[in-house]
Design a protein. Sequence first.
Lengths: 152, 152
Amino acid sequence: MIALDDLDRAILRARVADATESAGAIGRRLGLSQPATWRRLRRLEAAGVLRGERLALDAAALGFGVTVFLGVKLATKGRVSLEDFERAVTAIPEVQMVQHVLGVYDYRLRVVARDIADFERVLRRRIMTLPGVGDVEANVLLSEERRPGPLG
Amino acid sequence: MRLDDADRRLLRQMMADPALGTADLAERAGLTPATAWRRVERLGAAGILKGRHAVVDWRALGWAVEVSMRFTLDKTEPRAFDAFLAAAREVPEVIEIQTFLGRVDVRLSIIARDMGHYQEIYRDRILTLPHIADIEALMLVSTIKDSASLPL
C-alpha cells in the first residue's frame, strides 16, 4: 500500500476539488516544481489512488429534476443469479449507480428522472421488471455534498 | 440555455470519458477543436458544466471498509437537521452527506481502515451525533456501476 506525505495529500485534495488544474498550477501553490508535482501525480495514479474523473453536471438544468435512491431486495435469493440482476440493472440508462451491499437491502441504486411521473415510468417499466427484484424502497434526494474525507 | 445536437454529442462524450482532452473530445463529437472548446466554455458559463473532479479510491489508500449509514432524525427537535449535518461534517471519515425525502432523512458514507476501526468510529463519532431517532447500516460489498451520466 502506498504511503502518503502531506504534499501528496494536498495534491489529492487539489485534484478532487478541480481535476482540470495543471500540475504546474498545483505545484506553485504548494511550493513544488511542475516536474515534481507531475511525478507525484503519476505515482498516485500508478498506485490506483486516483481512479479517473467525475463530471459535475447540473442535472436539473439538463432536464433531470429528480434523483431517487432505491434500496432493492432480491425476492428469490439463490435462485436468480446476481449476475443476471446486475447485468440487467446496469444496462438501464437512468440508473447511474449500482452498489452491492450487505444489510436490509441487497443493492443500492441511484436513479435519475425528468420528474416524478418519469420516475414512476422508470420504476414500473424498468426496475420492477428486473429479474429477481423483490422489495424496493425509494428515497428522493434533496441535497448532497461530497466531503474531502480523511485527506485532512 | 437551449442545447442543440452538437451540445448533446459533446456532453455524451464527456460523460462517457470525463478525462478527455479537447482535441479528442472534438474528434469524437465530430466538431473542430475550436468549436468544441467554445461550446464547452458556453456550457460552463451557463452553469450546466460545473467542473471535473478526481475520484479517490479509498481502498487503494488502505480504507478497506465503506458503510452507508441511514438515519432517521428526531423531528420533534426543530434544529435536528442543521445540528446533525454540522456535527457530521466534523467527522473526517464521512465522505458523503445526502438528505432525503422518504423513510430515510440523512445518509452518510463512512470509510474505515478495517472492521475494528469501523466499530471505533461508529461508537465514538456516529452514535454521538445529535438527534438520531434510528440508524440502519448497509455495508458496501462492491460498486458495479458509478457514473454521472444522464440519458440525454
